[in-house]
Design a protein around this ligand. Structure first.
Ligand code: FPP
Length: 247
């Protein structure tokens, strides 16, 4: 089934689909606590929802899906929880590689991946390499990602280029900035979804979400479903996006 047919089948207008969806996957811990389970169980269920969302977005013809999987601040969580998240990431990369290839999905990461364990970095490089020429969708995992770090990194790079005489300060434009962010070459998110009722951006894609439509749902990430995503997309299609202009 084509992505167009799939969108129409869900009552969506294929002409008005967001090209890039970003998601802050929050509430795994609370989902587990409500069930008297260890927080790790929430992350496990959360990883299943990640798999489902990748499939759904691909089917609907979304070009880029960016998921906030691990923030720079998440390193401060208890060692056992960080270990469990790394274990799930490892498992996800290994189990999904074939699925990404089968579904023509390119795998990419944003963030300080150099801080991840060596074996995960190697697996990331391998999956990136094997999916490099896929053009059905890009799955962008934010790993050890923080938007302020990304902005500082970009500023440092511009300063270095300027010092080396390669870039004049007068020549710095929005494109210069965009070209030095982790997301270079990608369109900005049209839609940002955060689960679990928190109304915050939490240092995610601060530059890129300038004109994104924001959606906050009370649903905890492990309970987030395809049906709710479709509802949010319907709501998105009813919104009028003016980008600072009058209609
Ligand atoms: C927030 O829940 C979620 C995270 C810190 C990480 C997201 C991780 C996953 C969805 C699972 C693993 C991901 C992949 C790609 C395999 P929280 O722990 O902050 O929840 P809480 O606010 O209820 O405590």
């Amino acid at each position: 089934m084509s992505s167009e047919t799939s969108a129409i089948g869900h009552g969506l207008d294929p002409e008005r689909m967001p090209g890039h969806i970003a998601m802050i996957m929050d509430g795994n811990g609370r989902w587990a606590r409500k069930r008297m389970l260890n927080r790790v169980k929430g992350h496990e269920k959360g990883a299943d929802v990640v798999r489902e969302m990748v499939r759904t977005c691909r089917r609907l013809g979304i070009s880029v899906l960016t998921l906030f999987a691990f923030s720079t601040e998440n390193w401060g969580r208890p060692k056992a929880e960080v270990g469990a998240l790394m274990f799930l990431l490892r498992k996800f990369l290994m189990s999904e590689e074939a699925e990404l290839i089968r579904n023509n999905i390119r795998f990419n990461t944003i963030g300080q991946t150099e801080h991840l364990p060596e074996d995960i970095r190697q697996t990331i490089d391998l999956v990136k390499d094997r999916t490099r020429s896929n053009d059905g969708m890009t799955l962008n995992l934010a790993l050890s990602y923080g938007a302020r770090e990304e902005i500082v990194r970009m500023a440092r790079q511009i300063a270095l280029e300027s010092k080396a005489g390669l870039l004049s300060p007068d020549a710095v434009t929005e494109e210069t900035v965009e070209g030095r962010l982790y997301t270079r070459g990608m369109r900005d998110p049209d839609l940002l979804i955060r689960t679990s009722g928190e109304m915050r951006i939490s240092n995610f894609l601060l530059w890129q979400i300038a004109y994104a439509e924001l959606f906050f749902t009370q649903t905890l990430w492990p309970d987030f479903t395809e049906a709710e995503l479709i509802q949010i997309l319907k709501d998105f299609q009813r919104r009028e996006r003016r980008f600072g202009r009058v209609n």
